[in-house]
Design a protein around this ligand. Structure first.
Ligand code: HAM
Length: 435
């Protein structure tokens, strides 16, 4: 039977999917390690939830735009399932069904891959990674402030030099719409448009849904408000929404959160934008997105969602954030930030000929058991070629295993950086390499 090669179109990854070659995988794992370190520092416990969930769960409050982009399929048992587009719905399910009686608040951390059928472009992929933190059980501003503080610490811990967090409060816009009798699903459609900055269309739609002239004027003036100075922005918003008391409550809540993080020395610049909204339907309170100046897409986003867990009949306020690890990787590249290279020794063990292969193999094993990173030359290259291969790979030490030295229980240890070499007893190798 002849060999049939795979058709060229199947040799590439599926559109929107990527391979991570070693250097990129290293960067992604560095970000993941930072995420874990932050989780430990802030005392969040890790949970692992499935990649596949019931479609109904994931679709419930995610918003029309994201809903349309879910990978949905029927499994062999006839269940309508989907690949998770985010963690928050899974965490809400897990908390409401398995952690209802856990002491509050519950702080949970997750990391992993998510799937959205977005249009692929720089920083937008169909498989991407998030580090996700949720603080569940507290409706107080200090909980929101903690999530924002964590976001700032995360971005500075990966080494980013320049970033900012854009904030607003969903309660301001929703408060206005509620007072106008605009229904929740109508509000959601307006929010989708505002999320895409389609403000004129949003205003038109609000009008169609019965918003009064006063409401439209209020919205227009809100859309003009933005800036870094909290006090002046709060004054402007408060002036704009003075006829809507529910909106004022939300503004006060936003103001309290910001006072706390400013007092607590947030490691990020804040930008307030009163016309900023999110398409994710579950947000009820503060909303925010993190940006770096080099990219026009968010590197992270989050907010308060006090009603989502209610879908399970359990009342639990919550706030959280997800950092987009792929986009953080891009941001690091744009800002010239590299994950620190490890300083540890890496050893190549070279048998000079076939007679010392077994010894070289044994020495490699012994080194690894002494916690030294070691690889053996397995291409049967000559000594000269093995040494140049070691240099190319950034190996710090080579061990040259020759028949004459082996008879005396010794090998040659060569420091690849200083190019000096010494004869060493095999049992002394770990100590010599470590020092
Ligand atoms: P999100 O804003 O949809 O929020 O996503 C958070 C971050 O994930 C984005 O800021 C972005 O960095 C990254 N991201 C989203 N889509 C893609 C994509 N197609 N390619 C690359 N990166 C992407 C959420 O997912 C909420 N669950 C966050 C949250 C947690 N809210 C409360 N708790």
């Amino acid at each position: 039977m002849g060999l049939t090669y795979l058709r060229p179109s199947f040799r590439q990854t599926v559109r929107g999917m990527r391979d991570f070659l070693p250097e990129d995988a290293w960067k992604l794992r560095f970000i993941e390690e930072t995420a874990r370190r932050l989780a430990r520092l802030y005392d969040y416990d890790e949970v692992i939830t499935p990649v596949i969930e019931h479609y109904e769960l994931l679709a419930a409050k995610i918003g029309e735009e994201n809903r349309k982009r879910m990978y949905v399929f029927e499994d062999l048992g006839g269940r309508k399932v989907a690949l998770r587009p985010e963690f928050t719905a899974s965490i809400a399910r897990l908390v409401a069904t398995k952690m209802v009686s856990a002491p509050k608040p519950i702080r949970l951390f997750s990391v992993g891959s998510l799937y959205r059928y977005d249009e692929p472009q720089l920083g937008r992929y169909r498989e991407f990674w998030q580090a996700n933190y949720e603080l569940i059980g507290s409706s107080n501003p200090e909980a929101d402030a903690e999530i924002l503080s964590l976001t700032g610490d995360f971005l500075s811990s990966v080494g980013l030099k320049n970033f900012m967090i854009k904030v607003n409060h969903m309660g301001i816009l929703r408060g206005i719409f509620e007072s106008e009798g605009i229904l929740e699903n109508e509000q959601n459609t307006i929010m989708q448009l505002l999320d895409k900055k389609e403000r004129d269309r949003a205003l038109k739609l609000a009008e169609e849904y019965g918003a009064s002239g006063k409401c439209l004027e209020t919205l227009k003036s809100l859309f003009e408000i933005g800036g870094n100075d909290k006090n002046s922005v709060v004054n402007e918003i408060s002036e704009a929404v003075k006829d809507y008391p529910v909106a004022i409550n939300s503004l006060n809540n936003l103001s309290k959160i910001i006072d706390l993080i400013e007092y607590g020395d947030l490691r990020a610049n804040l930008y307030f934008e009163a016309g900023f909204a999110r398409g994710l339907e579950y947000y009820t309170g503060i909303i925010f997105e993190a940006y770096v100046p080099e990219l026009n897409i968010a590197v992270g986003g989050g907010g308060r969602y006090d009603k989502l867990i209610n879908l399970f009949g359990v009342e639990m306020p919550a706030v959280g954030v997800a950092l987009g690890m792929d986009r953080i990787m891009l941001a690091m590249e744009k800002q010239g930030v590299n994950p620190p290279k490890s300083e540890t020794a890496r050893v190549l063990v070279i048998p000079v000929n076939e007679s010392t292969i077994a010894e070289a193999f044994k020495i490699s094993t012994m080194l690894r058991r002494s916690n030294i990173i070691a690889r053996m030359e397995t291409m049967r290259r000559s000594l000269a070629r093995s040494l140049s291969d070691a240099s190319r790979r950034g190996i710090t030490h080579t061990i040259i295993v020759g028949p004459k030295e082996i008879r005396e229980g010794k090998v040659v240890l060569r420091d690849m950086r200083s190019k000096s070499q010494i004869e060493v007893k095999i049992e002394d190798l770990p100590n010599k390499i470590k020092t």
